[in-house]
Design a protein around this ligand. Structure first.
Ligand SMILES: [Zn+2]
Length: 273
C-alpha cells in the first residue's frame, strides 16, 4: 500500500513536469474506483493550467483555479501515478490519463481501491474525507506537546494509536515500527503511560523516519512505482520492520513479532521498553 512517503515522493516527482502546464485531454477508461469518478472531468479540465499539487495525509490535491476546483486522488491499496510519453498504449489497469503537452499523467490501480474526486471551490480541506484527518506529522504544528495532548489518558497500546489517521496521518505500519524503535519505546506500552521525554523522542523519531523515507525515494512496497518508474529503497534500511528472529542492529537480540489490532508489530524486547 502506498504510504505517506511514497505519496510525497510521487508529488515531488510530478511537480516539475506538470505545474503551469495546460490539460489537453482527459481519458477515463474505468470510472468505478472505490467511489465513482466524475463523468465530466474532461469538460472541466481541458484548457486549464494546473497551478499546484499539495498533499494532505495520503491524498494528493491538484489545483485548477481556472476550473474553480481541485482533483483529489487517493492511491488506495495498489494505485500508482506515472508519467509516460504521449501516445504510450494503456495497460489493463491504467484507468485514467491526464494529457499535458509533453507528458501524460497515468493512474494505474489494479485493485481499484483508490479514488479520484472533483472538489468544487477553494476549500478542499472542508471535504468530508479530509475533515476527519489528524495532524500532519511533517507540519510545524506536529510538536511533542501536540503529540502528548493526543496521547493523554489513552489506555491503549501506543503503536495502533500512531497508525490512527484521525489522530496523526500517514504513519503506516513500517513507519510506526521504525519510529518506536528509534525512540526506544515498546509498541506494547500504553500511550497514557509514556513520559514527556519519551514523547519528545517519539515525535522527533516519527519526523526523522518519514523524512528519511522521502529522501530515499519511498519504500519499495509491492505495487508502488515512482512517477519515473524506479523503485524505492527505504525498506532495505529497516531496523525492525519485517525482521522477526533476526538480530537487533543495536544489541543483537532477536527481533520479536506480535499481532496488534490485526497488524504485525516488530520490536526489540531489549532496546524497546
Ligand atoms: Zn536491540
Amino acid at each position: 500500500m502506498p504510504e505517506l512517503p511514497e505519496v510525497e515522493v510521487s508529488r515531488l516527482g510530478l511537480l516539475p513536469h506538470l505545474v503551469n502546464e495546460p490539460v489537453l485531454d482527459c481519458v477515463v477508461r474505468r470510472a468505478d474506483l472505490r467511489l465513482p469518478m466524475p463523468q465530466d472531468l474532461a469538460a472541466r479540465l481541458v484548457g486549464h493550467r494546473l497551478s499546484a499539487i499539495v498533499r494532505r495525509g495520503k491524498y494528493l490535491l491538484f489545483h485548477w483555479p481556472g476550473a474553480n476546483g481541485w482533483l483529489m486522488l487517493h492511491l488506495g491499496m495498489s494505485g500508482s501515478l506515472r508519467l509516460v510519453p504521449p501516445g504510450t498504449p494503456a495497460g489493463k489497469h491504467d484507468h485514467v490519463d491526464l494529457c499535458f503537452p509533453a507528458t501524460v499523467l497515468r493512474l494505474k490501480d489494479p485493485r481499484r481501491f483508490g479514488l479520484a474526486l472533483w472538489i468544487e471551490g477553494e476549500h478542499p480541506e472542508q471535504h468530508p474525507l479530509l475533515q476527519s484527518l489528524g495532524v500532519e506529522p511533517l507540519s510545524a504544528t506536529f510538536t511533542a506537546d501536540e503529540l502528548a495532548a493526543l496521547l493523554a489518558r489513552r489506555k491503549t497500546p501506543i503503536k495502533p494509536l500512531l497508525m490512527n489517521a484521525r489522530l496523526i496521518v500517514g504513519v503506516g505500519n513500517i513507519y510506526a515500527a521504525e519510529s518506536l524503535f528509534r525512540a526506544h519505546i515498546s509498541p506494547l506500552r500504553l500511550a497514557a503511560d509514556l513520559r514527556i521525554e519519551e514523547i519528545r523522542k517519539l515525535a522527533a523519531a516519527i519526523q526523522e523516519t518519514l523524512q528519511e523515507a522521502i529522501a530515499a525515494g519511498g519504500s519499495s512496497v509491492r505495487d508502488y512505482v515512482h512517477s519515473d518508474g524506479g523503485a524505492g529503497s527505504f525498506q532495505l534500511r529497516c531496523a525492525v520492520y519485517d525482521r522477526a528472529g533476526l538480530p537487533c542492529l543495536q544489541c543483537g537480540a532477536p527481533i520479536r513479532q506480535v499481532r496488534q489490532a490485526g497488524r504485525s508489530s516488530f520490536y526489540c524486547p531489549h532496546c524497546q521498553t
